[in-house]
Design a protein around this ligand. Structure first.
Ligand SMILES: NC(=O)c1ccc[n+]([C@@H]2O[C@H](COP(=O)([O-])OP(=O)(O)OC[C@H]3O[C@@H](n4cnc5c(N)ncnc54)[C@H](O)[C@@H]3O)[C@@H](O)[C@H]2O)c1
Length: 441
C-alpha cells in the first residue's frame, strides 16, 4: 500500500476525512498533529525570514517529492521579501509551487504571526535572536518546523526553545534544525562507527571555523538605530550571538554529537584584533575555547574571522584506539599505525541541505513523527553561548550557570523607533566585552 493510501486510510478511520474533505479542526488524540491539515495532500509552507538561507530552504522544501507549496512569506523588510519572491520564481519547476499573492506577503516585526496560521510547516530563517519567540508561536499553533541554527542568542532564549521543544514532543510535531551535518552522509556514517567503538573512547578533539568573515551593510542616513542593527544583524549579539554561535555552532555541535553529551564547563580567550572598526558592532573576531565534558575529555574550539589567513572548517577527534583527522569529502577513521578502519568516500552523497527537507517532508506526508531536533539544537546553541560567555568574561563557566543565566539581550520593545539595548557612543563605536571586567553569566 502506498504511503498516501496509508495516510488516507488513517484519516478515514480516525474520522478526519469525510467525503474527501479533511476536517480542519483536529480532535485531540495522540498523533493527530502528525498530519498536515489540508483538504488535499498539499503541504502548505510559510517562509519566515526571506534572506539567503530562507530562500534556499524554501527552494529545498519545494524540491522534495511531496506536494509542497509556499503559501505565505514574512520578513521584517519589504525589499528582502521581494528579492526572495523573485528568486523563488526564477525556475519554472519551483515557481509553479509558489502560491503567495500580495495578501499573503507580510512585512514587519509581527509578520510571522500572520504567516504561521496559514501553513502546515513553517521555515524559520530569520537571524537567530528571533527564533525562540517564533518557534514558540509555531509550536503553540501546532505546526511542523524547519528552523535554522542557532536557535537563540542568550540563555533566556535557549530556555524558551527547550520549553517549546517539550511542547512540540507532546504534540508530535516534527522539528528539524538546520545543523545539516546530522543529515550529511559522511558525518552520519563516520559518527555511527565512532559510537559503535571504532576509535575506542573519544578522549580529545579540536573543532574549527577559521575563515574570512562576512558582509557589512553601510549605515544609511535615513536609518534608525533599530533598522541599522537589523540590516547588520551579524555584528549584534541580541540578533546573532557572535560568530562562535552563528557559524561555529556547526562544529561545536559535531563535538557534542560525537561525545553524546554537552560540556560541563568552558574557559577560553578571544577579542578583536583585525576587525576593530565601528561597522563591526560588538562581536569579537576570534575565540578559542576549551570545552570539558563530564568524563574529562577536552575539546578545543577555535573560530576566527580574519581575511587573508589559513581557512579550516572541520573537526578532528582522538580516541583510545584511533583518530579521525577530517570530515572532508573523503573521511577516514584510522588506527595509530595509520591503517584505515573505515573510509567514507563522499562522492555521490546527496546535498545535506536537500536531504534534511526530503526527510522532513516525507515524514510529514506519511503522518510519521520522526524528528525532534529542537532540544539538541538548543543545547548546542547553549554550548556556543557558554563559549562566548567564557571568552567575553575570561572566567570559567559551568553548564548550569550558563543555562540559568539571566543576561537577556533582547530589546524591551520591537519597533523601528525603539532602542536596542546596545547603542553606539558619540563616535559610533559600540561597547565590546573586556575579559576580566565583563560579567560572564
Ligand atoms: N545551516 C547553514 O549552513 C546556514 C547557512 C546560512 C545561514 N544559516 C542561518 O540562517 C539564518 C538566516 O541567515 P541568512 O544568511 O539567510 O541571513 P539573511 O540576512 O540573508 O536573512 C535573514 C532574513 O530574515 C529577515 N528578518 C530579520 N528579522 C526578522 C523578523 N523579526 N521577522 C521576519 N524576518 C526577519 C531579514 O530581513 C532577512 O531577510 C541564520 O540563523 C543563519 O545562521 C544557516
Amino acid at each position: 500500500m502506498s504511503n498516501e493510501s496509508n495516510r488516507r486510510d488513517f484519516l478515514k478511520q480516525s474520522g478526519l476525512l469525510t467525503g474527501g474533505v479533511l476536517l480542519t479542526s483536529l480532535p485531540s488524540f495522540a498523533g493527530s498533529y502528525g498530519f498536515h491539515n489540508s483538504a488535499d495532500d498539499t503541504i502548505k509552507v510559510a517562509l519566515i525570514g526571506c534572506g539567503g538561507r530562507g530562500t534556499g530552504a524554501a527552494m529545498q522544501a519545494l524540491s522534495t517529492k511531496q506536494n509542497v507549496k509556499i503559501v505565505a512569506m514574512a520578513d521584517a523588510f519589504r525589499d528582502r521579501l521581494d528579492d526572495s519572491y523573485k528568486n523563488l520564481n526564477q525556475k519554472p519547476d519551483i515557481a509553479k509551487r509558489v502560491d503567495v499573492p500580495e495578501e499573503r506577503k507580510f512585512v514587519g516585526f509581527d509578520a510571522y504571526q500572520k504567516a504561521i496560521p496559514l501553513a502546515d510547516v513553517v521555515i524559520l530563517a530569520t537571524p537567530p535572536g528571533f527564533r525562540p519567540m517564533m518557534f514558540e508561536e509555531a509550536v503553540k499553533q501546532g505546526k511542523h518546523v524547519f528552523m535554522e541554527k542557532p536557535v537563540a542568542t542568550d540563555a533566556p532564549g535557549v530556555r524558551r526553545v527547550l520549553a517549546a521543544a517539550e511542547e512540540a514532543k507532546k504534540k508530535k510535531l516534527n522539528v528539524v534544525v538546520g545543523l545539516q551535518r546530522h543529515y550529511q552522509p559522511n558525518y552520519r556514517e563516520m559518527i555511527k562507527r565512532i559510537h559503535d567503538g571504532a576509535l575506542g573512547d573519544i578522549v580529545g578533539g579540536s573543532v574549527y571555523w577559521v575563515s574570512g568573515g562576512v558582509w557589512v551593510k553601510p549605515r544609511q542616513a535615513s536609518q534608525t538605530e533599530m533598522e541599522y542593527q537589523m540590516r547588520n544583524w551579524y555584528y549584534f549579539n541580541w540578533l546573532c550571538g557572535d560568530h562562535i554561535n552563528e557559524q561555529h555552532i556547526h562544529n561545536i555541535d559535531v563535538a557534542n554529537w560525537v561525545k553524546r553529551g554537552y560540556p560541563v564547563s568552558a574557559q577560553g580567550t578571544g577579542g578583536r584584533q583585525v576587525r576593530t572598526g565601528k561597522e563591526y558592532g560588538e562581536i569579537f573576531d576570534h575565540h578559542m575555547v576549551d570545552f570539558v565534558y563530564e568524563d574529562g575529555t577536552l575539546i578545543n574550539s577555535q573560530c576566527r574571522h580574519y581575511e587573508g589567513t589559513y581557512s579550516k572548517v572541520d573537526e578532528q577527534f582522538v580516541g583510545t584506539k584511533g583518530r579521525v583527522d577530517s570530515f572532508g569529502q573523503k573521511s577516514v577513521l584510522k588506527d595509530y599505525k595509520g591503517n584505515a578502519i573505515y573510509t567514507h568516500n563522499g562522492k555521490g552523497d546527496g546535498n545535506p541541505y536537500q536531504i534534511e527537507h526530503d526527510e522532513l517532508f516525507a515524514a510529514i506526508a506519511k503522518g510519521d513523527y520522526k524528528f525532534q531536533d529542537a532540544e539538541n539544537g538548543a543545547k548546542s546553541t547553549l554550548t556556543a553561548i557558554m563559549g562566548r560567555m567564557a571568552t567575553y568574561s575570561g572566567k570559567m563557566v559551568k553548564w548550569d550557570e550558563a543555562l540559568n543565566s539571566n543576561i537577556d539581550l533582547f530589546p524591551e520593545k520591537l519597533a523601528w523607533d525603539a532602542k536596542p539595548k546596545i547603542l553606539p557612543n558619540a563616535d559610533g563605536f559600540y561597547p565590546v566585552a573586556i575579559p576580566g571586567k565583563t560579567t560572564a553569566v
